[in-house]
Design a protein around this ligand. Structure first.
Ligand code: CTP
Ligand code: MG
Length: 227
């Protein structure tokens, strides 16, 4: 089953504190952005990549794309103030496809197996997102005091990719924009429409490179995969 992918890449990387978009930082031999792009470049079922970018970074990103011979990029629309706006600006430029994946450009370690499963379930059910079971004991805290120990069995930490039938995500983003609703992921917008979203068990190493510590972790993950 073929799909196209939207990669929001228009953030500022404030928590990384590198003074530039964290996606341009090197992980071992390549920029983080390229590691992520190569996952989809190398998946034969991915037929198009859409990158939301800051307009002032578009030329530089174009040059990286040519340097690393990423040939599937179909467009680089301008990102927005929030990640949700960046995703929306890509959807608005795309021609209708069956399945669309949304994936943080800052998560270079997603596995092919997880992508395949997400695409399959999204095709069958409409919406599927990647996540991992919570490992730690989870408690609800108010004003610094434990209110409740939450049953961990039902708790998942949510990642990307998130996969949808294109028309479903398009409608969800459209409605959210019209009513001014801002979600923390795409699934939230689809949930608001009353549509069921399925979970696909992912890997704990599908981390989002967010802070300096994640760069070290990322290099370890890459080295271990090279063995
Ligand atoms: N992103 C985007 N548009 C925004 C904000 C974020 O396209 N307005 C992208 C980022 O480039 C990243 C992904 O969404 O690939 C996940 O966001 P996050 O990890 O929070 O990255 P940043 O927003 O860049 O980092 P920070 O929040 O620390 O500033
Ligand atoms: Mg952010």
């Amino acid at each position: 089953m073929n799909y196209e992918v939207v990669l929001p890449a228009a953030g500022s990387g404030k928590r990384m504190g590198a003074g530039k978009n964290k996606l341009f930082l090197q992980l071992l031999n390549k920029p983080i952005l390229i590691h992520t792009l190569e996952v989809f470049q190398n998946d034969p079922h991915c037929t198009g990549i859409w990158l939301a970018v800051k307009p002032e970074e578009r030329d530089y990103i174009q040059s990286l794309i040519s340097q690393y011979e990423i040939t599937k990029v179909k467009g680089l629309p301008a990102g927005g103030e929030e990640r949700q706006h960046s995703v929306h600006s890509c959807l608005k430029e795309m021609d209708e496809v069956d399945i669309v994946l949304v994936h943080d450009a800052a998560r270079p370690f997603v596995t092919q197996q997880v992508i395949d499963k997400l695409v399959q379930i999204a095709h069958e059910k409409g919406a599927a997102i990647a996540g991992v079971k919570a490992k730690d004991t989870m408690k609800k805290v108010e004003d610094g005091v434990i209110v409740e120990t939450v049953d961990r069995d039902n708790l998942w930490a949510i990642q990307t990719p998130q996969a949808f039938r294109f028309d479903l995500l398009y409608e969800a983003e459209d409605v959210a924009e019209k009513v001014g609703f801002l979600g923390t992921d795409e699934a939230m917008l689809v949930e608001r429409l009353g549509h069921q979203v399925y979970i696909v068990e992912s890997t704990y190493d599908n981390v989002k490179i967010t802070t300096k510590e994640d760069l070290l972790l990322g290099e370890m993950i890459l080295k271990q995969r090279e063995i």
